[in-house]
Design a binder for this molecule. Structure first.
Ligand code: MG
Length: 332
């Protein structure tokens, strides 16, 4: 490992995983942490507990802002464990000189998104640092949720499951990139940032069996599938032509050489659902406007050990590896 931290250490991909296991897991090692789930399952399996920090730049972008992101990010990690988000904390680090009006706008967004989750902020902290010590504002949220469906785990994906994605991928990453580059052309492109608990709740209420859920944030769908392949010791095979990608995201990827599968999402999740329930799960997701193009993208096999394979429509295969390097820092 490098002697100093690089931007790649925060990429949600290979370098990030290495840093976490060699520094944090090494020091904090315990059974709950080592499960590496989206949220820790605590209190006899009744509660989910998660934390996330937000450093996105720019603070405001098409489809969301840092406030909405800060609530969605933590609530979605709870939802991915089948938990109903309940109580959040909010901790902010603000740079001297930051406009109160912008802060109010961010807090309004947080309030709106909390309402969608029926969750509340119950504790917080405010730090102000001298100009230049931080860029405008960083936010941390921590959340507790009540588990409504037990047993969801990234360590249980197996050959009885199909792999689903809840909508077209890569919109958040492409939107942030376009905003930073001042690409006004992409007017219809907006972040997918949204609260996912309503979709998870509908799946649970419909009696769908769920093996694993994971929101495809940093590192995108590619990171999620590779984590599942490793944690569950399986091979995941994805049909490339079945992966939904909107034209704007395709355009940005072609222009800049990005892989849509590795672009960040903030309201898109990957599901591992037992075969006999997969079609019904898609029907339930389709009742949500944001998930109107949810689809089955792949299956679980034992063809290669802990690998993700992309099958092209021409019959060729290639490995989809965990993303490395960092092309888009401060995406969330
Ligand atoms: Mg997550």
């Amino acid at each position: 490992m490098n002697k100093t931290i690089t931007l790649a250490h925060g990429n949600g991909g290979a370098e990030n995983n290495e840093l976490i296991s060699k520094v944090f897991y090494k020091a904090f090692k315990n059974d709950i942490l080592e499960k590496s789930e989206d949220a820790a399952v605590i209190h006899n399996g009744e509660l989910a507990f998660s934390t996330d920090s937000f450093t996105v730049s720019p603070l405001f972008f098409n489809g969301a802002d840092i406030g909405k992101l800060a609530v969605c990010g933590t609530c979605n990690d709870l939802a991915m464990m089948g938990a109903k988000p309940k109580y959040l904390t909010c901790s902010v680090i603000i740079e001297e000189g930051f406009e109160i009006r912008s802060l109010e706008k961010i807090v309004r967004s947080m309030k709106e998104e909390l309402k969608k989750n029926d969750a509340i902020i119950v504790s917080g902290d405010t730090k102000v640092v001298p100009k230049g010590s931080v860029d405008k504002i960083f936010i941390n949220t921590t959340g507790i949720g009540e588990i409504q469906y037990k047993g969801i785990s990234s360590n249980n994906v197996n050959e009885d499951d199909l792999i689903l994605v809840s909508r077209d991928i890569g919109a958040h990453g492409a939107t942030i990139f376009a905003a930073r580059e001042g690409m006004d052309l992409e007017t219809s492109l907006k972040s997918d940032c949204t609260s996912l608990y309503p979709q998870v709740e509908a799946l649970i209420k419909a009696g769908i069996k769920i093996t694993a859920l994971r929101d495809a944030t940093r590192g995108g769908v590619s990171a999620v599938l590779n984590e599942w392949a490793k944690q569950s010791n399986v091979c995941i095979e994805v049909e490339e032509e079945k992966i939904p990608i909107c034209d704007e995201v395709k355009g940005i990827c072609e222009m800049l050489g990005f892989e849509a599968m590795s672009l960040a999402n903030e309201g898109t999740f990957v599901l591992a659902i037992p075969k006999e329930h997969a079609k019904k799960a898609i029907d339930v997701l389709h009742t949500f406007e944001v998930a109107h193009n949810a689809t089955i993208i792949g299956k679980v096999t034992q063809q290669y050990e802990q690998k993700v394979i992309l099958n092209s429509s021409w019959g060729t295969k290639r490995f989809l590896d965990t993303p490395t390097g960092e092309l888009l820092p401060r995406i969330c």
